[in-house]
Design a binder for this molecule. Structure first.
Ligand code: NDP
Length: 264
C-alpha cells in the first residue's frame, strides 16, 4: 500500500493494482465481467463469481486467454453458509481479498400492487442483504490487515424511481445507506467503501428495455449524452475506487450515467 505522505511518483503508483486480489460478485457476465477484466488489466488477480458454473468457467477461460490472472468460484451471494465457506477457500487458495466489488444483482418488473412477496424477497436478498453478507465475511481479513477496498454497485434507482421497479429501487436505495454505514464503521481500519451508480448499459438485465423502441427513444431523450453507456466506461471509476488514488475517499457514490441525474 503506497504511503499517504505524497510519495506517489507515477500514475502507475496511484492506480496500479499489482499484487492485489479482487473478488467481483456476479461477474460471469454483464457489468461484473467487464469490471473484473478492467481490474485485471490494472494488475489485480481477479476472482470471478456467479451461480451458473458453466457460464462462470467460460468467463474465466476468456479472461485467461486475454492474459489476465483470473480464477472462478461459484457461490450464491444470498447463502451465508456458501459465502463463508467459499471466501475461506479463496483466501487460502488465491490469497487475502484486497478489493471486493459487490456487483451481483437481479431485476424483476411488475405493478407494485400485484408484486409477489417471493419476488420482493429475492430482490432484497440478492441486491441488498447479499452486500451485507459478503462484506461481513470479507471485511474480517481486511480489518486484520488494516486495509481494504469495497465497491458496491448502485443504480440510478438508488436516487430516483421508475414505474414497475419499486422493489429494485428499495434495494438499491438500501445499498446507498449500507455503503455509508460500512464507510462509517470501517473507516478507522483504513477500509474505503464507495459505490458506482451506473446509468443504463446493455446487458442481460436491461435487454427487455433495450429491445423496446419506446424505452430506447425515451432514454436517449432523457440522457444529456443522448445514448446508452458502454460497460467499458465504468472501468476507470472502478480502478480509481480500487486503488491508492482514492485512499481518503469513503462513503461516496459516483454516478456514471451520461448526465441523467444532473437533469430533470
Ligand atoms: P446481469 O444480469 O447481466 O448479470 C448479473 C450477474 O450476477 C451474473 O453474473 C449472474 O450470474 C450473477 N448473479 C445473479 N444472482 C446471483 C446470486 N444470487 N449469486 C451470485 N451471482 C449472482 O446484470 P448486470 O450486469 O446488468 O448488472 C450487474 C449489477 O449492476 C447489478 O447489481 C445491477 O443492479 C447493476 N446495474 C446494472 C445496470 C445496467 O444498465 N445493466 C444499471 C445500474 C445498475 P448467475 O445468474 O449465473 O448467478
Amino acid at each position: 500500500m503506497a504511503s499517504v505522505k505524497g510519495k506517489h511518483s507515477t500514475v502507475h503508483d496511484l492506480f496500479g493494482l499489482e499484487g492485489r486480489v479482487a473478488l467481483v460478485t456476479g461477474s460471469s457476465r454483464g457489468l461484473g465481467l467487464v469490471l473484473a477484466r478492467g481490474l485485471g488489466g490494472a494488475g489485480a488477480t481477479v476472482v470471478l463469481n456467479g451461480r451458473n458454473e458453466q457460464t462462470l468457467q467460460e468467463a474465466v477461460s476468456r479472461l485467461k486467454e486475454e492474459g489476465l490472472d483470473a480464477r472462478g468460484y461459484g457461490f450464491d451471494v444470498t447463502e451465508s453458509a456458501q459465502i463463508d465457506g467459499t471466501i475461506g477457500r479463496i483466501e487460502e487458495e488465491v490469497g487475502p481479498i484486497d478489493i471486493l466489488v459487490n456487483n451481483a444483482g437481479i431485476q424483476r418488473r411488475g405493478a407494485l400492487e400485484d408484486f409477489s412477496e417471493e419476488d420482493w424477497q429475492d430482490i432484497l436478498s440478492t441486491n441488498l442483504t447479499a452486500v451485507f453478507l459478503v462484506s461481513r465475511r470479507v471485511v474480517r481479513g481486511m480489518i486484520a490487515r488494516g486495509r481494504g477496498k469495497i465497491i458496491n454497485i448502485h443504480s440510478l434507482q438508488s436516487e430516483v424511481a421508475r414505474v414497475t421497479i419499486a422493489p429494485y429501487c428499495a434495494s438499491k436505495g438500501g445499498v446507498k445507506m449500507l455503503t455509508r454505514g460500512m464507510a462509517t464503521d470501517w473507516g478507522k481500519h483504513n477500509i474505503q467503501v464507495n459505490g458506482i451508480g451506473p446509468g443504463y448499459f446493455r446487458t442481460e438485465m436491461t435487454r427487455p428495455l433495450a429491445e423496446n423502441p419506446e424505452f430506447d427513444r425515451w432514454l436517449r431523450s432523457r440522457t444529456p449524452m443522448a445514448r446508452w453507456g458502454d460497460p467499458q466506461e465504468l472501468v476507470g471509476t472502478a480502478i480509481f475506487l480500487a486503488s491508492d488514488a482514492s485512499s481518503f475517499m469513503t462513503g461516496q457514490i459516483v454516478y456514471v450515467d451520461g448526465g441523467v441525474l444532473a437533469t430533470i
